[in-house]
Design a binder for this molecule. Structure first.
Ligand SMILES: *Cc1c(COP(=O)(O)O)cnc(C)c1O
Length: 514
């Protein structure tokens, strides 16, 4: 009690309701800050409507995911406008696996964005939502008979990965009495003297086999209408190589009579989570110094994030998404379309020349700015080493991808606003208040850290405060979420902005299945 009084008396706490939105950021920053890019809706919600966030967590449990579809539509529009500028016919499909909320299906439908589905549930829901089959592409890595039949019946384009799959698809198409609409997934493109390895699709060297099989299949069982690839990573030049080599194959397929009408270049459009390149480079510079014992650790127990020291030298690559990068999304696509194509002009020229529709399947980049994850602080304890551990009511699968860490500073929403913080102290225990520490989650493993970086809380952090992880709609919310320990999955709320802002459950949580 005394500690808190002394602390609040000597520090003026910004009132989030009255001060500018950026003051929300001031409650929590990385020891080495990595300031998030924040959408206006996020700032407004945190600065003016934080009561709603507290209510939502109270009502639906911690954490809750909050999504907004406005940025989704804008992101799609950015891609479409770049394509228009290049006079390229572009169809965007949203890779639904990046976020399961049905609001994005509805938002996509409203702006002529199709859906890329990776499972039967994704496909059924999308059809149930009223999207016609021809606006859906199925890229599921494993396609069961029932998924294939669903796709064939509804005219959903199937992206074929292997010969057995092709055979199954054509036999089902014969049974159903409808031609399957097919695209062929390609891989093994040559790029700068090396092959781009992939476990997916047909290597370019296997295409002859594939053509033999197609020639043997009943002609009424399929239509080969497209080629497809999806490359790992975010390299523009690799896309250019893959497009050029795919165009050669388009020509060849058309010569032998296949009605190839589209080239689908998959996803992997890069996004940038951070405001500031400088913060990004200084974070990694200081982290390397910490690993070399030249400064205090910036991560829990000096976790390397993919980097390590062997014999006094740094090795290893950052095992993290490039949270700061440039160019992104439409600028990145612009670079691809402007690059030299195989016919003497640009890539765009070569696509236009062939009267080909360009298709793409971005997941993450359409979701840029579309979500936050909100969780309640349950305890703050001082670890024997002196560091504070902040217990948060969520687990790390609720904000997780294959990256070692989510390298974006969370935001902190205080339980008590400035006035009541001066006079009440129901939530904090005795003793000092945490001014820095690490976020730990609900799973019972030593490695259960929600973030590995040390965070600072200049105005303290207490039980009942909310931690807000910004820009989590793309993959972080759903891709790896698990129900280990039988914790329920997080609920998903959609922000509706009219005259007021209000939150409602996304229909994905109304279905009995979830
Ligand atoms: C995952 C995936 C995508 C989406 O990738 P992003 O990096 O989210 O843009 C698109 N197509 C296929 C085939 C995928 O597997």
């Amino acid at each position: 009690m005394t500690a808190l009084t002394a602390f609040t008396a000597s520090t003026s706490v910004p009132d989030p309701r009255r001060s500018s939105a950026d003051s929300v950021r001031r409650f929590c920053r990385g020891e080495l800050p990595l300031d998030a890019r924040l959408q206006p809706w996020m700032k407004a919600l945190l600065a003016n409507e934080s009561e709603q966030l507290h209510d939502a967590v109270q009502r639906f449990g911690s954490p809750v995911n909050v999504i907004a579809t406005g940025p989704f539509r804008q992101n799609a529009e950015c891609l479409q406008s770049i394509a228009r500028r290049h006079q390229v016919d572009l169809k965007v499909y949203f890779a639904r696996k990046a976020n399961k909320c049905l609001s994005f299906v509805d938002a996509g439908r409203a702006v002529d964005v199709g859906m890329d589905v990776a499972s039967e549930a994704e496909c059924r829901q999308t059809l149930d939502r009223g999207l016609p089959g021809r606006d859906i592409v199925c890229t599921a890595a494993i396609k069961t008979e029932s998924l294939i039949e669903l796709c064939v019946r509804h005219g959903v384009k199937l992206v074929i990965d292997n010969l057995q799959e092709l055979e199954l698809v054509t036999s089902i198409a014969v049974r159903v009495g409808r031609a399957a609409r097919l695209a062929i997934r390609l891989s093994g493109f040559e790029h700068q003297g090396k092959r781009l390895e992939s476990r997916f699709g047909f290597d370019l060297s296997q295409v002859n086999d594939l053509l033999d099989r197609l020639a043997d299949a009943p002609p009424a069982s399929y239509q080969l209408i497209g080629l497809h690839f999806h490359l790992d990573g975010y390299d523009r030049e690799q896309r250019v190589s893959a497009i050029c080599q795919s165009l050669t194959l388009v020509d060849r397929l058309r010569r032998i009579g296949h009605p190839v009408a589209a080239l689908d270049i998959g996803g992997g459009f890069p996004i940038c989570y951070l405001n500031n390149q400088q913060q990004w480079s200084s974070f990694w510079r200081e982290h390397d110094r910490a690993l070399l014992q030249q400064r205090s650790p910036v991560t829990w127990q000096n976790h390397g994030l993919g980097r390590m020291v062997i014999d006094g030298k740094l090795h290893g690559r950052r095992n993290c998404y490039p949270y700061w990068q440039s160019p992104t999304r439409d600028d990145w696509l612009d670079g691809i379309l402007s690059a030299a194509g195989p016919d003497g002009g640009s890539v765009a020229d070569s696509i236009r020349l062939r009267n080909l529709q360009l298709q793409c399947e971005p997941g993450r980049s359409l979701l840029d700015g579309c979500g936050i994850t909100v969780a309640r602080v349950e305890f703050c304890k001082q670890h024997v080493g002196g560091d504070w551990l902040i217990g948060v009511a969520m687990n790390r699968t609720q904000c997780r991808t294959s990256s070692d860490d989510f390298l974006v500073d969370p935001l902190l929403v205080k339980a008590n606003d400035a006035d009541s913080a001066n006079t009440t102290n129901q939530t904090s225990g005795q003793g000092p208040t945490a001014k820095s520490g690490f976020l730990v989650g609900a799973y019972c493993t030593e490695s259960e850290f929600l973030q590995l970086r040390r965070l600072k809380f200049p105005y303290g952090i207490e039980r009942g405060d909310l931690i807000v992880l910004p820009n989590t709609a793309g993959y972080f919310m759903h891709f790896l979420e698990s129900r280990s320990h039988q914790y329920p999955l997080a609920k998903n709320l959609v922000l509706e902005t009219g005259e007021t802002m209000h939150l409602r459950l996304d229909d994905i949580d109304q279905d009995s299945s979830s």
